[in-house]
Design a protein around this ligand. Structure first.
Ligand SMILES: [Fe+2]
Length: 233
């Protein structure tokens, strides 16, 4: 994997201008979810059974979210890269196999912590999450810089949106809901409105209303009011 300073140095400042970026919103969601769960794991009171089980549940939810995301990239993004630029997704595919090993390792750490909640097992879980997050942050940057460059070179935006549409359509309702709950609050207000307006333009009205309700319920009231106002404008 490329080091963080090298990634920062090689990233062209205006690379994304005007092009469709299918990673942007969902990666904001993953970064937010990883940060929140990491902080929660650092704060856990090992003497409080409800806090212990709530923290373990939060880690398992994060792992499920990350695993679902990885599976969709494996099924839709990397095959698209390989179809027109053979070999271009190989490094990312290898990283995904390492992430799957990390999921299993973290699942073991959660089990160990929940079965025997002590400062030592809590620290192991917390540091495991931190390393997992560090690895994922660099991985996602490589997807948003290198992999997007490959996709932008090989595909038109219309083609990329068609691939994204098939990816989203393949999500189970519960996967879509889980992604929505973390993604909507993680976005900037204008991004939330643009995202929901895009769904409104394509989806049947009842489906849009359901997703809008989900989005609004994931936001504190001032942000929910802003989203309603932006969509009415
Ligand atoms: Fe990935």
């Amino acid at each position: 994997m490329t080091t963080a300073p090298a990634l920062l140095a090689e990233r062209p400042a205006d690379a994304a201008l005007g092009r469709f970026d299918g990673f942007h919103n969902i990666h904001k969601a993953l970064r937010a979810a990883m940060a929140q769960v990491l902080v929660k794991a650092g704060q856990v009171d090992v003497a409080d059974a409800a806090d212990v089980s709530g923290t373990a549940e939060a880690v398992r939810g994060l792992l499920a979210l990350c695993a679902a995301h990885l599976a969709k990239e494996d099924a839709f993004i990397q095959p698209a890269m390989e179809a027109r630029r053979p070999g271009s997704a190989r490094e990312r595919a290898d990283q995904h196999r390492h992430h799957e090993a990390a999921f299993r390792h973290l699942a073991d750490l959660v089990e160990g912590f929940e079965g025997r909640p002590t400062p030592a097992t809590a620290a192991l879980l917390y540091r495991g999450l931190a390393v997992f997050m560090a690895d994922n942050l660099l991985h996602m940057e490589e997807e948003e810089s290198h992999d997007n460059s490959v996709l932008w070179d090989a595909y038109t935006d219309a083609e990329l949106m068609e691939i994204e549409g098939r990816l989203v359509a393949s999500l189970k309702p519960e996967e879509l809901a889980a992604a929505f709950r973390v993604m909507i609050p993680a976005l900037a207000p204008a991004e939330r409105a643009e995202f929901l307006a895009g769904i409104r333009a394509k989806a049947p009205a009842p489906a849009f209303e359901g997703l809008l309700g989900l989005a609004l319920s994931a936001l504190p009231e001032p942000a929910a009011a802003r989203l309603r106002a932006d969509l009415a404008a």
